[in-house]
Design a protein around this ligand. Sequence first.
Ligand SMILES: [Zn+2]
Length: 277
Amino acid sequence: MPNLEQNSDTFLQQLDDLMLPASLEEAFEAYRFDLLRKVCESQNENQLSWYLHEINQLHADAEPAPSFSETFDPFLRLHHGTSHCPPSTLIVLPPLPSTIVRGGIILPSALLGIVEGDIFALGSRLEMYEEAEVNMLARIATAALVDQRDFSDRKSAIEYIATNASQKLKQSLLSDQSFWSSVPRRQVEFPDMVSERRKQLASCDLFNPPLSENELECFADEEIREQTRDIRVMALSPKIRHLSFCRSCLNKFARWQTDLARFHQLAENSSSGRYNA
Ligand SMILES: [Zn+2]
């Protein structure tokens, strides 16, 4: 059980960060959020808010992005189907806007104008920033985009940040389906996040007593069928705590409960029909 003295919101937040991924998208997002957290942990909250504010000011007429993970979105809001794939360690993503712009792909002059305008605007806003601060913002962008890019100078870092944060550029690119079907995708390999999360759960101090090997393993289908039969059976399961951090098992339990309720309803309808006949 969780330590009772812990604030439940904090506990849930920490638990959210350790959830076992149930799909390829969740596995990749778990890796991306870990990278982003690691880069951001050296900065204080005010500094991070200020960086985000500077980027949001580039799109003052749009809804401000609430976080770096949304500002620098590697999925580009394209339908990618990875939420239905099982977790793995390789994902295929749209190319980054900065790769498109730098890669010699011919863009309409209106789009190039948007990119140049955003780069100029960000450069002006960051004029008073130290070199190290611009580098930090670029590192936040590469972490959020799960990109390996390094920057040799301030100019290339600002170009990268502005291009990948540009909402107008993304919207214009996304509206052209024929363009997207012709550009090469990028492949990203990343660690096995299911196994990583299991290790982190085993050693975290959220549970007292610590989780056992058995509790870290997913429920077999037969176990789920048996335990959804009666909530008392489920409550007494020696590995009930598994459900607090495994979305995949939670979903399976929910599906079985729905199926069971439907079955009972059908049985009831059929027996009342018989008596009414
Ligand atoms: Zn599970």
